[in-house]
Design a protein around this ligand. Structure first.
Ligand code: GLC
Ligand code: CA
Length: 600
């Protein structure tokens, strides 16, 4: 009897929570929030925001050429607004020969012609702002395209005024010391150029020469570009591989400990933090309301505060890569689902970053982007039985952590890896060149293709799935990369109609985060840390405590906790039925279940 009453109470509470969360202007909860958070220091809009990353090439095509574009994005701003997110991050939209989909820029002040023109861009900015959203652009200044005017000048002669805009190693000094490249067929970051009998440095493709930040003229030229875009009213930057910009131009031998982990070496150039401070002083500090986030490739938790501690006047946030290699183990990556990575390690990493940053800065949280597999394939389970529920569980994690979530377009639908069978379907230079390398060195191509089904970047770059019409409503033409055939069931139109869809859950939990500042600012504490199946933590603010429980497995799992759940209130659950009272009391979760409680 008592239990029945309890269940009823939970059902009623859940219903109330659902009703309340449907009202965007809930005065009472706002007032409540204000009261609970009156003494939160350093509140900032970007700490309270959810960032939504749009991959412009694959979002929406407006003119039938098979490539997404700015007009396409403009036409879908109502959709973006409906999600409840606050900031749009656009991958590069600048003029580019597109050998790395815009990460090879040939003109920083022009829009990529496939994406539109400057008028379209100005309209996009004003429309984004009219929708109450903000816009950050991708600042790609570790390197340019080899078709950039600066590089054309630089390579033309040894005494050209632009020579020192890039890193050159004269061939008469012999071969330059080994540096690894990400996309080069031979993994060699020095490319010989016969015009001036010298090698130039490129950490990425041969078509992406690294800029010489040691040259103050380069830095000033970049600051001017940044001001140009900020003066157009954008709200900040995501900074592409920014930790790599500084180099020791004597190019010493790379210490052996960095072989296999050269990103860490690249991320520790001698004058890096001087340059970031200078950038802050000359540009960022003049626009006090913007947000900046570093792509933290190669940065460890020991170094993060150097970038983001406000007293250092560098950047606001950095997103880290420490957990990203988990689940990409070649021995186990063919397995779908829970046994692919060790949840205890996963928890340790996120907990460590949270405790290092603590109140000395502000963190970020993300599980997928245009460089990784799809979130649900990588971290959840993309089989039909568990795809939706595990997507919702992962979203619950992102939206209840003590950091700003960066969420990749399509993950809100539970989009999955496409898993191409043939190399012909791939477009990404990283995959194509790695394949070429293996072919030339007699590697195992079959094994490689199998592995790419999990890790290839193109998996997350397939067209956004809008509806059930041809090409998922992305284009009326021929898409630049294949559409995932599962678009017939996984798409916006279908999911908007289904109250239990992955999409509607995403909207619901964003509303919960917004209403409940504990989920943003509250102190994070990991519980039951050795539990291999469940990720459990509390968030605590001004004496109020929320409990988050996440089951990362396909089976029932239990957390070892000792709260009195008698008065706990369920705030959200990814199942359409609430857990039974006994499950709550014993902290037992259904497969991939995610539940958030307010403890009292
Ligand atoms: C970053 C980008 C990636 C790009 C690389 C080189 O990691 O996210 O897409 O290929 O930098 O610019
Ligand atoms: Ca187009």
């Amino acid at each position: 009897m008592k239990i029945m009453k309890y269940i009823n109470l939970i059902v009623i509470m859940a219903a109330i929570a659902a009703i309340v969360s449907c009202q965007p202007q809930d005065k009472k909860s706002t007032a409540q929030n204000e009261k609970n958070t009156a003494n939160i220091p350093n509140r900032k809009w970007w700490k309270e925001a959810v960032v939504y990353q749009i991959y412009p090439r694959s979002f929406k095509d407006s003119n039938g050429d098979g490539i997404g574009d700015l007009k396409g994005i403009i036409s879908k701003l109502n959709y973006v607004k409906s999600l409840g997110v606050n900031v749009i991050w656009l991958n590069p939209i600048f003029a580019s020969p597109n050998r790395d989909n815009g990460y090879d820029i040939s003109n920083y002040r022009k829009i990529m012609k496939q994406f539109g023109n400057m008028n379209d861009f100005d309209t996009l900015v004003s429309e984004i702002h009219r929708h109450g959203l903000k816009l950050i652009l991708d600042l790609v200044v570790n390197h340019t395209s080899n078709e950039h005017r600066w590089f054309k000048q630089s390579r033309s002669s040894r005494n050209n005024p632009y020579r020192n805009y890039y890193h050159w190693w004269p061939a008469e000094r012999g071969k330059p010391p080994k540096r690894y490249s990400y996309f080069d067929v031979d993994h060699n970051a020095w490319k010989y150029d016969s015009t001036t009998n010298a090698y130039y440095l490129h950490y990425f493709g041969t078509f992406q020469p690294d800029l010489n930040w040691e040259n103050p003229k380069v830095r000033q030229a970049i600051y001017k570009i940044m001001r140009f875009w900020l003066n157009k009213g954008i709200d900040g930057f995501r900074m592409d591989v920014i930790p790599f910009i500084a180099k020791d131009t004597t190019f010493p031998k790379m210490p052996a400990k960095y072989h296999g982990n050269w990103a860490h070496f690249y991320a520790n150039g001698p004058h890096l933090h001087e340059y970031l401070k200078e950038m802050n002083k000359e540009v960022l500090s003049k626009y006090p309301n913007i947000m900046t986030v570093a792509e933290g490739a190669g940065v460890t938790s020991n170094e993060v505060l150097k970038f983001i501690n406000p007293s250092r006047h560098e950047l606001n946030m950095l997103y880290n890569f420490e957990a990203i290699h988990l689940g990409m183990n070649p021995e186990t990556d063919h397995k779908v689902g829970p046994k692919r990575f060790n949840l205890v390690t996963f928890k340790e990493i996120y907990t460590k970053w949270d405790s290092v940053i603590d109140d000395k800065g502000w963190g970020t949280i993300w599980l997928g982007n245009h460089d990784t597999p799809r979130m649900v394939t990588h971290w959840g389970n993309d089989t039909p039985k568990f795809r939706a529920i595990s997507s919702k569980m992962l979203t619950t994690f992102l939206m209840t952590m003590h950091a700003t979530p960066f969420y990749y377009n399509g993950d809100e639908l539970g989009m999955t890896n496409i898993k191409f069978d043939s190399i012909k379907d791939y477009r990404d230079v990283a995959t194509l060149h790695a394949y070429q390398h293996l072919k030339e060195t007699g590697g195992n191509l079959k094994k490689f293709l199998n592995r790419e089904k999990l890790i290839a970047r193109d998996n997350s770059r397939t067209p956004f799935q809008w509806d059930t019409t041809r090409n998922a409503g992305f284009t009326t033409g021929h898409p630049w990369i294949k559409v995932n055939p599962n678009y017939k069931t996984i798409n916006v139109e279908t999911e908007e109609r289904n109250p239990n869809s992955v999409l509607n859950y995403f909207k619901k939990i964003i509303r919960l985060r917004k209403k409940n500042l504990i989920l943003i600012y509250g102190k994070y504490t990991l519980l039951d840390k050795d539990n291999p199946d469940v990720y459990a933590y509390t968030r605590e603010l001004n004496g109020k405590k929320d409990l988050v429980l996440l089951n990362f497995t396909t089976h029932k799992a239990q957390a070892k906790l000792s709260f009195d759940m008698g008065k706990a209130r369920l705030l959200i659950d990814n199942y359409s039925t609430v857990p039974d009272a006994n499950a709550i009391k014993t902290f037992t979760l259904r497969p991939y279940e995610a539940a958030v409680f307010e403890l009292r």
